[in-house]
Ligand binder design. Sequence first.
Ligand SMILES: Nc1ncnc2c1ncn2[C@@H]1O[C@H](COP(=O)(O)OP(=O)(O)OP(=O)(O)O)[C@@H](O)[C@H]1O
Ligand SMILES: O=P(O)(O)O[C@@H]1[C@H](O)[C@H](O)[C@@H](OP(=O)(O)O)[C@H](OP(=O)(O)O)[C@H]1O
Length: 620
Amino acid sequence: MRERCSSLTVTVLSNRWQTQVSTCVHGVVVHTYALTLDREMDVMTDDNYMEGMEMETENNPTMDTDFSSDKTYQHLTIREGTSSSCRRVKVRSRPRLQSTKSFPPYSQCIGGLGEDGDGDDELSQSSDVMREDRNDVCQGTERNIELIPRCARDEVKEQWRMRRKERVGGRGEDTDGLERWSGNRRVEEKSECEDKEMEGGTNSKWQHCRGRNCSFEIEEVDEERKTSSEGENEGSGESQERRDGEAEELIGIKEGSTTHQWSSPHPILSKLLHSSSSTSSSSSINFSSAESDEVFSEGEDVGSKRRAFRKSRSWKTYLTMMHWSLRRQGSWVQLAGHQGNFQLSEGGEVLKLYCEVEAKCLDSLMIDALRPFVPQYHGCVTRGEHCYIRLEDLLSGLRRPVIMDCKMGVRTYQEEEVVKTQTKATLRSDMYQKMVKVDPSAPSVEEHEQKAVTKSRYLQWRDTTSSTSTLGFRIEGVMMEDGSVQRDFRKILTLAKVTEAMLYFTRSQLDILKAYHSRLLALSEALKNSLFFRSHEVIGSSLLFVHDHSSKASVWMIDFGKTTPLPDRLELRHNIPWAEGSREDGYLIGLTSLIASLSQAISVASSQQEDSCGEEQSVA
Ligand SMILES: Nc1ncnc2c1ncn2[C@@H]1O[C@H](COP(=O)(O)OP(=O)(O)OP(=O)(O)O)[C@@H](O)[C@H]1O
Ligand SMILES: O=P(O)(O)O[C@@H]1[C@H](O)[C@H](O)[C@@H](OP(=O)(O)O)[C@H](OP(=O)(O)O)[C@H]1O
């Protein structure tokens, strides 16, 4: 006989809600725990968030009723049937973002199917089997050097180029570097078959991958909305405003991601999941506001899901809680860099395709003065045929993050690339085409004839057409809270324009600007004390600026794929221009420019604020 009961406990604590949902089916308790929500339900706290769902047998002795036993809190407990057990909240700490007080407005939900989405599927399916054997996880890099004799990233880049060529068919080369991100918001999800073989510990018989789980939640909550509006509010006409609000919430879920675990699938969930997964074939989804509708209606068997859902009305509450919980998860966005380099992972991590150079840098950085400025590095993991480095997801927990990627240094090519060009140059027609697209007069006569340029020629040209050569950094891209991406900043040449970009990026919010400014000053201090910095040529590395509407802002050093150790006893100053053979990278020139630009932006924003205060006073 089917035995089903559920309980929901909501603990109101100050301005947060802590909740636990427990459901008992067949004598087994499924509970969602530790949903810690702000009252506005959209502010993620940095140090506390819902980690997942677990399953226990009802007689499991490890019960924990932390929340309900706390007498100082108000309680709202809704119970049907018998009670359940709840395990201790899993709290994960991560470096704190600097808090400020402002709340940037956001107008739309983010999302976006980026270009090339179809191709992404192919790649993620072919290269990422996503069956993570815990035994494959190796700390450090030694094992991976054996596993991957050459940098997997090169192979993947090559694959992308090949695939791009195939896709454009007879038209020849990539015309605008589509193997790289155009900056659209992107979430890599796992394919259906991968769902079935999700990574898991030895105890886990069945696990649900975060990507699939997300789409399931979206579909089900969406269905709930449809069902209730049809069944209960038919004809009453829901206001568009509310629908929009809900859609926004749903996007919030879709972007979110988490890994939930059950030791066996709940029958209803299983059914719903089955219907969900069997209708969704995408293994790689890019969300865009323009195409988000497709995400919702992707060949779904709406009727059957509706029927299933009607049977499980009691799950409404449960799903709503899941909805809330998932909103707490950050959304993954890759603003710049190579397509196919990243994968989502569970537990606030992202996986970046293994590169020995980068892994070695990260190893060193974890014991360096720069550690607080670098995403936590958790060693490597093998997935399918590739090895990945496990990095802290710097967007984890942020909602509608606003991001800026600044590529640091006065050059983005390594000295060896220049030498290579002089000895055996590989001609790149894709780079020639990118060049011509921006400036048809840029290639030399010879290059026009060849319809190709060398990589170092292209990179040098790119550096001079951006602020890289002059200011020691360039803004690779900016993504605003609505998901819109600006890549035109790469053409900026002057500090005044960078300042304008800063004001745009921060919407002139003083607190955010100040937070960034002081973080960069702190970084500047740390760089002085860094052995790593002194002994490495830092090329093509970025500073990732991240803030969100909840007044958090921080800057992180990322991308060490072209950062190489110097020969013994050679130390760089990093603040002088490059001359061939000097290996100077000009990283500090870039940092100084960024700090100067932020100072200017702070002055501008302060006077804007004073002006508006003055205007208000004169009106009053
Ligand atoms: N640890 C992280 N947490 C969150 N986002 C990240 C992280 N690392 C990278 N990203 C995102 O991915 C983008 C590209 O990162 P990165 O520069 O490391 O990639 P890449 O492919 O090596 O780039 P490039 O082609 O410039 O060498 C960044 O702009 C950022 O949006
Ligand atoms: O930004 P753009 O104008 O598209 O140009 C790319 C950019 O300079 C990348 O830094 C570079 O990758 P690396 O940093 O890894 O060298 C890439 O080379 P690639 O095409 O060989 O990957 C270029 O195509």
